[in-house]
Design a protein around this ligand. Structure first.
Ligand SMILES: [Fe+2]
Length: 590
């Protein structure tokens, strides 16, 4: 983490007054001061160990024989960036993620590792935290607060109140992650209320998720002591929440990008920005490599007309103020942790160097130290508890010649609508229809090995492949298999059982693309370049074969996601989210 104030106070104090010498002095800084909203010229910054000791026009009294001097003439210096809400238990190991995120000037992450808990419970949470130790990045973990998504249907693993208490006591844990669905709070679900009370009693921050809530419901949620939200998708929602005392994380990540909608209206309205932050909520390997991370949010906001110092404050100071850590992090001043960016251009956010705890970790776009992935234990590489599957497992039986079936119709990769279709029956099995763009879809319990599964039908998928399967699906982590024929569906599923996790595209028994997820069936242990290549290939292949959506990989991820309407498929049935009822695959006739 970082040095304790009490242990370094005397040392820092001594350097500041000139009774001891700094390790590093940054000279000739144009300091972007997030405390006063100004740029100060010709500033010198003295650093001792991982903290800033002195900031002023003349630091010569802190310079000794061993002090390194870094002249940053014509460059700008600002606090480094923070992602205050991100799910990083996806795609990449934390070590691989850090390699890209650091290059984007991010030195602190507040992860919400919800899916590793959904698959592996508290043991998985602890292992995931272990994976983040000793990396050149500050990790401030939140305990997943969104599980189960819906107690009536969800079956993923969760943390007990006792386990949450144990997690609070872990050094890198700062609070509770996004609490959804919000109805668990407004309806005072007993376990949720116990969890919130425990967090408050232990002075932990609680992150919010208030998509769709307003007025009474929003008030009820906030009044439970949940003071942030990253779900507003328009300015009206931002303003309603700010007015009620919330902090807003403007989301700009791989699932949604809300910045362009919100920032211009923040500017034209003249909204107070001290309670605004940026967050990604999760980034896929292609986006972090090609678009960037929080640096992109700052850059885009400046392009949209935001004052660069405001944008930088939103990416640094405001995040730590929200987490009540602003006395030690988020700005450049004596006593603060020395997490600093040196910029060639502060309007374009051209990063020259990244300093983490007084140490230069990135220079001219290159990492200065090797980042190693900690050993991944064997147990977490064996989480797909399914046995060999056959074609019959994907049959939907009927004795009639045709059947009217309920259909999950894809409107986007994420949004679904309930529909019906008339499908033929062949050899007592209802078959999908290429002409009607109707495919089979199955959800299988891969977490507990209960052998429970549901087979249904999916419309508008469009890709003329044999099967497309994933062991990762948001917060339920059922295995999802979409296919045009049962043989390829069984083949794809069996290949994922063999590899113990991943995403795969199969046609006529041949693997067209695959991305292994060896870690819990949700994270690849491969290097980022390999993951990005495999990930890109999956989406490209599905597009080439006719999928209408830009990011087909999202389809299996969201199919069981109960926090969104209209209709979802889980291992235990097809769920109408609005009525909160299971619906049958075959429509029952009167
Ligand atoms: Fe989230």
């Amino acid at each position: 983490m970082y040095s304790k104030f009490s242990s370094v106070l005397s040392k820092i104090n001594s350097v500041a007054i000139g009774d001891a010498f700094a390790d590093l002095i940054l000279q000739n800084c144009a300091l972007i001061n997030v405390y006063t909203n100004e740029i100060q010229e010709r500033i010198q910054i003295s650093i001792k160990n991982d903290r800033i000791a002195f900031v002023g026009h003349d630091a010569s009294h802190t310079s000794g024989p061993k002090t390194k001097i870094l002249d940053v003439k014509n460059k700008y210096v600002c606090p480094s960036f923070v992602d205050p809400h991100i799910h990083i238990d996806h795609f990449l190991t934390p070590a691989e993620f850090v390699k890209k995120s650091l290059l984007c000037g991010v030195t602190s992450l507040f992860p919400d590792s919800i899916d590793i808990v959904s698959v592996c419970g508290y043991r998985g949470f602890k292992e995931f935290l272990r994976q983040t130790e000793n990396l050149p990045m500050r990790f401030f973990h939140t305990i997943p607060g969104g599980l189960p998504v819906d107690r009536k249907f969800s079956h993923g693993k969760t943390l007990s109140i006792e386990e949450e208490k144990q997690a609070i006591d872990l050094r890198s844990v700062v609070g509770l992650g996004e609490v959804f669905s919000w109805t668990k709070v407004t309806k005072r679900d007993p376990k949720t209320i116990k969890s919130l009370k425990q967090m408050h009693d232990n002075h932990c921050i609680i992150n919010g998720h208030t998509a769709g809530a307003s007025d009474k419901k929003l008030n009820s949620y906030i009044s439970s002591g949940i003071f942030s939200c990253h779900e507003p998708i328009n300015f009206e929602q931002v303003l309603e929440r700010l007015r009620l005392g919330m902090w807003i994380m403007i989301r700009e990540g791989s699932i949604r990008r809300d910045l362009k909608e919100i920032v211009p209206l923040v500017l034209s309205h003249g909204t107070y920005k001290n309670r605004l932050m940026f967050c990604s909520d999760g980034l896929d390997p292609s986006d972090i490599s090609n678009i960037g991370h929080i640096d992109h949010c700052v850059r885009e906001s400046i392009k949209l007309g935001m004052n660069p110092i405001d944008a930088i404050s939103m990416a640094s100071k405001n995040c730590f103020d929200y987490y009540k850590m602003g006395n030690e992090l988020g700005g450049i001043g004596p006593g603060k942790i020395a997490d600093i960016l040196i910029l060639d251009d502060y309007k374009k956010i051209k990063i020259n160097k990244v300093i983490l705890g007084g140490k230069i970790v990135v220079s001219n776009g290159k990492l200065l130290e090797k980042i190693h992935t900690p050993k991944v234990p064997t147990w977490i590489q064996k989480t797909i508890k399914l046995q060999k599957l056959t074609d019959e497992h994907f049959h939907v039986t009927s004795k009639n010649n045709s059947e009217i079936v309920n259909v999950i119709s894809m409107k986007t990769e994420i949004v679904t609508k309930k529909d019906v279709a008339d499908l033929n029956v062949k050899n007592l099995n209802i078959i999908p229809s290429y002409d009607k763009d109707i495919w089979k879809v199955a959800a299988l319990d891969r977490t507990f090995g209960s052998k429970t599964k549901t087979v249904g039908f999916l419309k508008n998928f469009g890709a003329d492949i044999g099967a497309f399967a994933s062991t990762w699906s948001f917060h339920e982590n059922d295995m999802i298999v979409i296919g045009s024929n049962e043989k390829d569906m069984a083949d794809a599923a069996n290949k994922l059982v063999k590899s113990q996790g991943g995403i795969i595209v199969v046609k006529d028994g041949k693997t067209l693309a695959s991305l292994p997820f060896q870690f819990g069936g949700i994270i690849s242990t491969d290097p980022i370049d390999k993951v990005t290549k495999n990930f890109t290939k999956i989406n490209d292949i599905l597009s080439d074969f006719g999928c209408k959506f830009k990011k087909p990989h999202l389809i299996p991820l969201f199919l069981p996601f109960l926090a969104l309407p209209d209709i979802r498929i889980l291992y235990n049935g097809i769920v109408d989210v609005k009525t909160r009822k299971f619906i049958p695959t075959i429509q029952t006739t009167i």
